[in-house]
Design a protein around this ligand. Structure first.
Ligand code: NAD
Ligand code: TYD
Length: 340
C-alpha cells in the first residue's frame, strides 16, 4: 500500500512517519509538507534515506500541485495532518487557518474523488467540541457531543470535519476522522505549552502561564496517538469518527510544576500572564468507542511520557536551538511582550 502523509514534517506527522516505517516496512510513504514555520526537515532525518520513503514539498491548498501528485503517486491512503495548529496564532491571523485547514482539506478530498483512494483520514482535535466546565469532572467529550468551537483554529478544524463527513455522505468517499486530545513528546514545536516550558526553564526564563493556570488539558503521549490512527486507517469503519485520549487530565499549572521539579528548577520562574482570549477551560475525551471497536488503549502513562519527553529535549538541543534562534524570537516577542 502507498500512503500520502500530509504535514509529516510537523510534530505528530513526523512521529507518525517513524511509527509507520517501524510497523509497516512493507508499505510506501510519501510525505507532503509545505514546510511552514512549523515544518522541519530535520525532524525526518532518520527516514530520509529509506527506500520506501519520499519527501515532497507543496501546499495542500494548491489544487494543480495536489492533483499532479495524486496522478503520479496513485496513493491508497491519505492521512491529513497538515494544518495551522496553534490557537494563539489563529487569534492573530485567522485567514491562514481557513485556507490550509478548510480549503486544503477540500482540495485533498477532491483529488481523492478524482483519482480514487481506499481511505482518506482526517486528523482532527477534541477542540472541535469546545470546552467543559471545571466543576463537572463527570463530563467527557463523546463522538456525539455537539461541535461548539471557541477559537478560529478549532472553528477551522470543525469546518473541515463537517466537509469530510459531507464528502462521505454525498460522494461516498471512504473517510474516517480521529479527534484527539493534546499530544506531547519528541519534535513538539517550541511554541506549545510543554516544550515552551521545558526550554524556558532550561534558560531560567519566566514561564508564562495564561490566566490562573487552572485550565485542564487531557495529555496523550504522541506515540499513542500514532497507534490509534494506524488502527483507524487499517481497521476503522468508513464514515466514522473516533475520539482518542487516555484520561490524563492535568491543569496547566500542574504540568508546569512537574517540568520544573524534573529539571530541578524553582517554581519562582512561574509568571502568570494575561489570559488567552476565549481560553477553553477543560478538555476531556471519552475513548470508549475506539477501545470497544478497535481495541485501542494508550501505553504510556503521563509520569513516564513526560520524563521521556524532557529527556528528549535535553538530548536534542540542536533540533530546538536551531528553531528558536530564527523567526521564533520575533514570534515570542510579539506574542508575549504585552502579556506580562
Ligand atoms: P504542527 O503545527 O506541528 O505541524 C503541521 C505541519 O503541517 C507542519 O509540518 C507544516 O509545515 C505543515 N503544513 C502547514 N500548512 C500546510 C499546507 N498548506 N500544506 C502542506 N503542509 C502544511 O501540528 P501538529 O501538532 O503536528 O498537528 C498535526 C495535526 O494534528 C493537525 O491537523 C492538528 O490539528 C491535529 N491535532 C494536534 C494536536 C496536538 O496536540 N498537537 C492534538 C489533536 C489534533
Ligand atoms: P497549547 O500548547 O497552545 O495547546 P491548546 O491551546 O491547543 O490546548 O496550550 C495548552 C494550554 O497551555 C492552554 O490552556 C494554554 C496554556 N498555555 C499557557 O498557559 N502558556 C503558554 O505560553 C502557552 C503556549 C500555553
Amino acid at each position: 500500500m502507498k500512503l500520502i502523509i500530509t504535514g509529516g514534517a510537523g510534530f505528530i506527522g513526523s512521529n507518525f512517519i517513524y511509527y509507520q516505517l517501524k510497523h509497516h516496512p512493507e508499505d510506501e510513504f510519501v510525505c507532503l509538507d509545505k514546510l511552514t514555520y512549523a515544518g522541519n526537515l530535520s525532524s525526518l532525518k532518520g527516514v530520509m534515506e529509506q527506500p520506501n520513503f519520499k519527501f515532497v514539498r507543496g501546499d495542500i491548498a494548491d489544487r494543480d500541485f495536489v492533483c499532479s501528485l495524486f496522478k503520479r503517486e496513485k496513493p491508497d491512503i491519505i492521512v491529513n495532518f497538515a494544518a495551522e495548529s496553534h490557537v494563539d496564532r489563529s487569534i492573530l491571523e485567522p485567514e491562514l487557518f481557513l485556507k490550509t485547514n478548510v480549503i486544503g482539506t477540500g482540495v485533498l478530498m477532491d483529488a481523492c474523488r478524482k483519482y480514487g483512494i481506499k481511505r482518506y483520514h482526517q486528523v482532527s482535535t477534541d477542540e472541535v467540541y469546545g470546552d467543559l466546565p471545571l466543576d463537572r469532572p463527570d463530563l467527557f467529550f463523546t463522538e456525539t457531543t455537539p461541535l461548539h468551537t471557541s477559537s478560529p483554529y478549532s472553528a477551522s478544524k470543525a469546518s473541515a470535519d463537517l466537509l469530510v463527513l459531507a464528502y462521505h455522505r454525498t460522494y461516498g468517499l471512504p473517510v474516517t476522522i480521529s479527534r484527539c486530545s493534546n499530544n506531547y513528546g519528541p519534535y513538539h514545536f517550541p511554541e506549545k505549552l510543554i516544550p515552551l516550558m521545558i526550554i524556558n526553564a532550561l534558560h531560567d526564563k519566566a514561564l508564562p502561564v495564561y490566566g490562573d493556570g487552572v485550565n485542564v488539558r487531557d495529555w496523550l503521549y504522541v506515540e499513542d496517538h500514532c497507534s490509534a490512527i494506524d488502527l483507524i486507517i487499517r481497521e476503522g469503519h468508513e464514515g466514522e469518527v473516533y475520539n482518542v485520549g487516555g484520561h490524563n487530565e492535568k491543569s496547566n499549572l500542574d504540568v508546569v510544576k512537574i517540568i520544573l521539579k524534573a529539571l530541578g528548577k524553582s517554581e519562582d520562574l512561574i509568571t502568570f500572564v494575561k489570559d488567552r482570549p476565549g481560553h477553553d477551560r477543560r478538555y476531556a475525551i471519552d475513548p470508549t468507542k475506539i477501545h470497544n471497536e478497535l481495541g485501542w488503549l494508550p501505553q504510556t502513562k503521563f509520569v513516564n511520557g513526560i520524563a521521556k519527553t524532557i529527556e528528549w529535549y535535553l538530548d536534542n538541543k540542536d533540533w530546538w536551538q536551531e528553531i528558536i534562534s530564527g523567526e521564533y524570537q520575533k514570534y515570542y516577542e510579539k506574542m508575549y511582550k504585552n502579556r506580562i
